[in-house]
Design a binder for this molecule. Structure first.
Ligand code: MCN
Ligand code: CUM
Length: 782
């Protein structure tokens, strides 16, 4: 057995500081790039004078939008078929936008020379609040796009409007609420950057960059730079966290490539923390109106949703392009509702490209938050306990596979069991009794529940694509003569431990130790094509490919075993990690024996040509749907608005767990993220579009101080769509935890008659809510 709590193979290098990150790549003759950024959120560019910078003795090249325009490279495609300026030519559209790129002998000179570039701007009014973006007379941000007269990007809807509306008309009880999922940033420890090396002689471009999707990057670079794809090698070395922010490409990457082509030398560009926080990876920014209809005895009948989605100045969305609102489809959550309908409108604003991922499963985060808040509000309206209301409405095990009102097929689950377990672990009844006691003493204690269904493992080719590329992933497995193996996969770990868990999958399937399997990933010259790691798709897609390619090897080994044992393959069984004659374990042949035999002069039957190696391409039949029940307990100080998360119970079901220790680590990380989003994080802007969160002084990350000791539980409902029954888990806790925290805080504030409060629930915001004053989280927080 290879599944289990194995320590991570990659820890040997990470703990010793021996990882190789993009910034560790040093090439002979390497130059350094730096980006000049716009101080304005919206301004016309009158002129760019780079002559003084070019005259700097250490500067090798200054690249401006005009330079790129001459090369046809001023604009690049985004993952959602929009375009984004690489370097601004006509206008700047958000504060921090890329305007020029300096290449110099050392990073300090490159930075110094930025100050020598003289840009004249003609400031324009900025659109900062998405709710003003569609006003007649609002400044048009994307006047570069032909025929564009406003800031509207898309309208998208899902579900049955007529049935939903009819149910609302007849409903005994309805609840409606406007809520905001604020703009947040994943803030990985390692910022973005790239080392580009263009070899003029061979015409080969090698790019090292921390990308979650190396093959998608290669295709994009080919599209952008017009270089032949086979002459591009993308190497994604060790990554210091991605959390979705490293799926797409950023202008700096293209600038580094152009810098190398122009100078004929390798060019490194690494952004600093402020650049990272200002210009990359914005997520959420959903303004939602949710409504829920129910009977008086607490049967949820319908859910209706309207969303205004702020995508910033360029639609950089890293999500399947067939769905402009990603996987928001699951907004009916984990409940047995008759009908549901949602409409999403996407708009441009003068902010950095938005709609990018942050441990979100493409908007499942927003969907889960919305429905879990609505269910709590309905419970308050009906005077029902929120756990009881959920129990009455959760999908029942016999309903799976369950087709949601928007047509998505949830694969498997036992939801009531997970919620019951969470309630038991938390000691729910005692907590409610304690709460009553404390309330009587004037103390604010809150208990918040959330139940989530995730949708991960993009995905079936008929449903999804990125760049028009379907999402089938390859896996290749080589078995050396001594039975040691090398697995090559297209996904790329940013800290999730793939080198360990993927080796465990091979080990499990082939009866060899996981330590005998080397996992190769992150290098397009060495791995088969596939669309990479996001939407927790590695285990559902590449992991399935890994299990299946190992089974292919096992089938080849069976033919060899039959030849060795002079038996028919039909008389062999796979037991205890060996092929043996049925009922006679003493005949068992291990993979190592069979690999050696396959490479030997043994007369081999048809189907094995001399070794056991195999390759496959896997197109998943469905997504996987992990789920969970979370309970959060908070204490709120009414005098200061301070929220303390006292306890957090998380029951997760991600099907079969390959490595429970790694799964728990993923959940711990996601829970911390969720507490951060619920209580402290928001990317705020002032009315001119000035960014107010460009450092960790202003954009707060949760630490051990804000986090309780997590209490985890698990149920296991295997996915029928996956060869080993595993579902993804990487984003579950980030998706599921914010509503539990917010529900807990709102529950604590119940005595004030408060039914809703928007994230982030900072002390100031909570205090303001308690004072009965309206507040807004999406704009400046004084
Ligand atoms: N796993 C397991 N058993 C399961 C499911 C998963 O043992 N039933 C293991 C996997 O094999 C893998 C890890 O848990 O080692 C996460 O697996 P999976 O859910 O497949 O997610 P991915 O590997 O595709 O990772 C992506 C996901 C996403 S989309 C974000 S965002 C996120 C996350 O993972 N970013 C992370 N977790 C992160 N963790 C770290 N340390 N760094 C990031 O940037
Ligand atoms: Cu939604 S963040 Mo992850 O999918 O890379």
């Amino acid at each position: 057995m290879s599944f289990g709590r194995m320590h991570r193979k990659e820890d040997a290098r990470f703990i010793r500081g021996r990882g190789t990150y993009t910034d560790d790549v040093r090439l002979p003759g390497m130059l350094y790039g730096a980006v000049l950024r716009s101080p304005h959120a919206h301004a016309r560019i009158v002129s760019v004078d780079a002559s003084a910078a070019e005259a700097h003795p250490k500067v090798k090249a200054v690249i401006t939008g005009r330079t790129l325009e001459g090369l046809g490279l001023a604009w690049m495609p985004t993952l959602s078929r929009d375009t984004q300026a690489v370097l601004a030519t006509d206008k700047v559209r958000f504060q921090g936008q890329e305007v020029a790129f300096v290449v110099a002998e050392d990073p300090y000179s490159a930075r110094d020379a930025l100050e020598l570039i003289d840009v004249e701007y003609d400031p324009l009014d900025a659109v900062v609040d998405a709710r003003r973006a569609l006003d007649p007379g609002a400044p048009v941000i994307r006047d570069d796009l032909e025929g564009r007269t406003g800031n509207h990007i898309f309208d998208w809807e899902a579900g049955d409007r007529a049935r939903t509306d009819a149910l609302f008309e007849q409903a005994e009880v309805t609840v409606a609420q406007d809520m905001i999922y604020p703009r947040v940033h994943p803030a990985p420890l390692e910022t973005c950057g790239a080392v580009a090396d263009f070899d003029k002689v061979t015409g080969k471009l090698t790019v090292w960059c921390p990308t979650q999707a190396p093959h998608a990057h290669r295709t994009l670079y080919a599209m952008v730079a017009g270089l032949p794809e086979h002459k591009i090698r993308v190497i994604s070395p060790d990554i210091g966290g991605g959390f979705g922010g490293k799926v797409g490409i950023y202008p700096g990457y293209v600038c580094a490539i152009v810098g190398s082509i122009v100078t004929g030398r390798p060019v490194k560009w690494m952004e600093d923390r402020s650049e990272n926080l200002m210009s990359t990876a914005f997520a959420r920014d959903y303004h939602m109106r949710g409504e829920i209809a129910a009977t008086r005895d607490g049967r949820i009948q319908a859910i209706r949703v309207k969303v205004l989605a702020d995508h910033g100045a360029f639609n950089g969305t890293a999500q399947p392009t067939k769905f402009p609102a990603g996987f928001f489809h699951v907004f009916s959550g984990s409940y047995d509702v008759e009908a549901a309908h949602c409409e999403v409108t996407g708009v441009y604003t003068n902010k950095a490209p938005g709609g990018v991922a942050y441990a979100c499963s493409f908007r499942v985060t927003e969907a889960v938050y919305l429905v879990e808040r609505l269910v709590d509000m309905l419970a308050a309206e009906l005077g029902l306990d929120p756990a009881e209301l959920r129990m009455r409405n959760l999908l029942r095990p016999e309903q799976f596979p369950y087709v949601s009102p928007t047509g998505w097929e949830y694969d498997s689950g036992d939801y009531p069991k997970a919620l019951r377990l969470a309630l038991d672990l938390a000691g729910y009844d005692e907590l409610r009794a304690e709460q009553a006691d404390r309330r009587a003493r004037g103390e604010l204690m809150g208990i918040g529940i959330s139940f989530f269904t995730e949708a991960v493992g993009a995905g079936p080719r008929k449903h999804m694509d990125i760049l028009g590329l379907g999402m089938a992933d390859g896996a290749e497995l080589r078995v050396h003569p001594t039975g040691k193996a090398v697995l090559r996969v297209s996904c790329q770990s940013q800290g999730q431990g793939h080198e360990t868990t993927f080796a465990q999958i091979v080990g499990q399937e082939l009866g060899i130790p996981a330590d005998d399997v080397e996992v190769v990933h992150g290098d397009t010259d060495q791995t088969p094509f596939g669309l990479g790691t996001y939407g927790s798709r590695s285990t559902p897609v590449s992991g399935a490919a890994t299990a299946l390619v190992a089974r292919k090897v096992r089938d080849r080994a069976k033919i060899v075993a039959a030849a060795m044992l002079e038996a028919s393959p039909d008389d062999l069984e796979w037991a205890g990690g060996r092929w043996s004659v049925v009922g006679d374990p003493s005949t068992g042949k291990s993979l190592a024996e069979l690999a050696l035999a396959a490479h030997s002069d043994l007369e081999l039957p048809e189907g094995v040509e001399g070794h056991l190696d195999a390759a496959i391409v896997y197109n998943p039949p469905n997504l996987t749907y992990p789920f969970g029940a979370y309970i959060c307990v908070v204490d709120v100080d009414p005098g200061t608005g301070q929220v303390k998360v006292r306890r957090f119970v998380a029951v997760d079901d991600c099907g079969v767990r390959i490595n429970p220790m790694i799964v728990e680590g993923q959940i711990h990380g996601g829970l911390a993220d969720g507490v951060g989003m619920a209580l402290m994080q928001v990317m705020a802007f002032d009315e001119d579009g000035n960014h107010l969160g460009a450092s960790f002084m202003d954009y707060l990350l949760p630490t051990a101080v804000e986090c309780p000791s997590w209490e985890l539980g698990e149920t296991v409902t295997p996915s029928p769509a996956h060869p080993i029954g595993a579902k993804g888990v990487g984003e579950s806790a980030t998706v599921g935890s914010p509503p539990a925290v917010v529900n807990a805080v709102v529950d604590a504030l119940g005595p004030y008659g408060i039914r809703h409060a928007d994230m982030p629930l900072t002390p100031a915001n909570v205090w303001r809510v308690v004072q009965g004053r309206p507040f807004r989280t999406d704009l400046a927080i004084p």
